[in-house]
Design a protein around this ligand. Structure first.
Ligand SMILES: N[C@@H](CCC(=O)N[C@@H](CS)C(=O)NCC(=O)O)C(=O)O
Length: 216
């Protein structure tokens, strides 16, 4: 056991990212589900862990807590470097980080629970218009990713034969896109990478359906 505790939610993309990284690195950890649909993220325990009352948080063995999945992923890679999340070559690292940032900064935040909640409750948008909003930003981002992937190392993953940070961001985002009704046939390279990754034991173990808080 690594002594690490992950506070997450089965369907949360950033939580899923951290789970994939920990599985790739072979780290055993305690998992505590924070039920976002029940509002548990706003309760005092989670508010004390996370300044924005979100998930994920990673608690270290000594009680210190890390937040923000990019920071958690970098910390994991620095402290447990045996299975790296990035190749050594600087240009490859930059291109992989560009794909991760495209997903983490330019897609995921736009259809997060609290943003959609605000669009509905404060701005008066109905479910249909929020659906269009989410699909629009996911589709635009995926088109950009398909273009970026034309310039990467060929292989089953975003960068050649090695699962990397880009796949760690991509697979949760595709899971979410499917829930929003995005037709992945429009993004053949992304769909092929997803199919390859889901056969990898680390990605399979991190899948939302495998988590103890999953609602079947
Ligand atoms: N930038 C943060 C984003 C975290 C985030 O958006 N978490 C979502 C779950 S996917 C959340 O906790 N949402 C709760 C809410 O919207 O109330 C990260 O990468 O860790």
């Amino acid at each position: 056991m690594s002594g690490l505790t992950l506070y997450g939610y089965w369907r949360s993309g950033p939580s899923y990212r951290v789970r994939i990284a920990m599985a790739l690195k072979g780290l055993a950890y305690r998992y505590v589900g924070v039920n976002l649909l029940a509002g548990e993220q706003t309760e005092p325990d989670n508010a004390a862990r996370h300044p924005l009352r979100l998930v994920p948080s990673l608690e270290l063995a000594d009680g210190r807590i890390l937040t923000q999945s990019p920071a958690i992923l970098e910390w994991l890679d620095e402290v447990y470097p045996a299975v790296p999340l990035l190749p050594a070559e600087p240009m490859a690292r930059a291109q992989i980080r560009a794909m991760a940032a495209l997903i983490g900064c330019d897609i995921h935040p736009l259809h997060n629970l609290r943003i959609l909640g605000y669009l509905g409750a404060e701005m008066g948008h109905d479910n249909e218009s929020r659906l269009l909003w989410s699909r629009h930003w996911i589709s635009q981002g995926f088109a950009g990713l398909e273009a970026l992937l034309k310039h990467t190392e060929p292989g089953p993953y975003c960068w050649g034969d090695m699962p990397s940070l880009a796949d760690i961001y991509l697979i949760p985002q595709v899971y979410s896109a499917r829930r929003w009704g995005i037709d992945m046939a429009s993004y053949p390279r992304l769909a092929a990478i997803e199919a390859a990754a889901l056969t990898h034991p680390a990605f399979a173990a991190a899948h939302p359906d495998q988590q103890p808080d999953a609602v079947k």
